[in-house]
Design a protein around this ligand. Structure first.
Ligand code: ATP
Ligand code: BTN
Length: 242
């Protein structure tokens, strides 16, 4: 694990290292701050110095980009498992890449992929987790958010939290390598914040409303509308409670 001070984005730092030579699976970059922390579709990820966790993990995918579907679900669920071990009992996942505690966003995941000439792919799994967000930054976030400090009854060291999260994420990725999304699908209904709830799914200009029925074997979200269950997958899709 390489610990950096201020970076543009820990995903960028890891990508730069990958262009310089091969890295072992599970190699990670942790940064104290990001000047250009990002979420999906170029949204900003607020990343103030010295108080939260910004970590990017390298994971090679032998089958190529198509074999990487569902990686953000694996990482999100692994993160929730780590939070449980740290004493947070009510964390849940929101398809495809967010972790919530009581309706407040505590973490986000950004998976970035690139293909290699041999058909394999590199994945960079970036995780931002709020630990002790300063109010001056938190007040700029345009949705409900929380941090671990306000969810835990006693202080836990940042190193312990980082170690626990890293261990669970790598365990989840190894499980994914061995058995695909089997474990993730089995756990998902218990932790999905919208499971069996009415939701609206938006894809650019288009939106569809229905009941969220979890995920399929490829990690697509399942939406039941008028008795039909349809699967949706893609980087442009957002889910909201109806
Ligand atoms: P969706 O992925 O469904 O579109 P989203 O609106 O949360 O959901 P993301 O790209 O997942 O979009 O995350 C980026 C958003 O997260 C930002 O637009 C902002 O609302 C919020 N956000 C940014 N930084 C933080 C942070 N440190 N903690 C919590 N929320 C944040
Ligand atoms: C989201 O909610 O859309 C995903 C947010 C992901 C933030 C993490 S912080 C570490 C890594 N570096 C980034 O620039 N983004 C991810």
């Amino acid at each position: 694990i390489l610990v950096e001070s201020v970076v543009t984005s820990s995903n960028d730092s890891l990508r730069d290292l990958l262009t310089q030579g091969s890295l072992p699976a599970g190699y990670a970059v942790i940064a104290e701050a990001q000047t250009e922390g990002r979420g999906r579709r170029g949204k900003r990820w607020f990343s103030p110095f010295g108080c939260n966790l910004y970590i990017s993990v390298y994971w090679p995918i032998a089958e190529g980009i198509n074999g990487a579907m569902g990686l953000s679900l694996v990482a999100g669920l692994s993160l929730v498992k780590a939070l449980e071990q740290l004493g947070v009992s009510n964390a849940g996942v929101k398809w495809p890449n967010d972790v919530y505690i009581d309706n407040q966003k505590v973490a986000g995941i950004l998976v970035e992929l690139e293909s290699n000439t041999d058909g394999s792919a590199n994945s960079i799994i970036g995780i931002g987790l709020n630990l002790a967000m300063p109010e001056s930054t938190g007040s700029q976030i345009d949705q409900r958010w929380t941090d671990l400090r306000s969810q835990l009854s006693k202080p836990v060291s940042r190193n312990v939290i980082s170690g626990c999260i890293y261990r669970e994420v790598v365990a989840g990725l190894n499980e994914f390598d061995n058995n695909g999304l089997q474990w993730t699908r089995q756990q998902w209904p218990r932790y999905d914040v919208y499971f069996n709830e009415p939701v609206t799914l938006t894809m650019g200009q288009r939106s569809v409303t229905g009941i969220c029925r979890g995920i399929d074997e490829n990690g697509a979200v399942l939406l039941e509308t008028n008795g039909n269950t349809v699967r949706y997958f893609g980087g442009e899709i957002s889910l909201r409670a109806t």
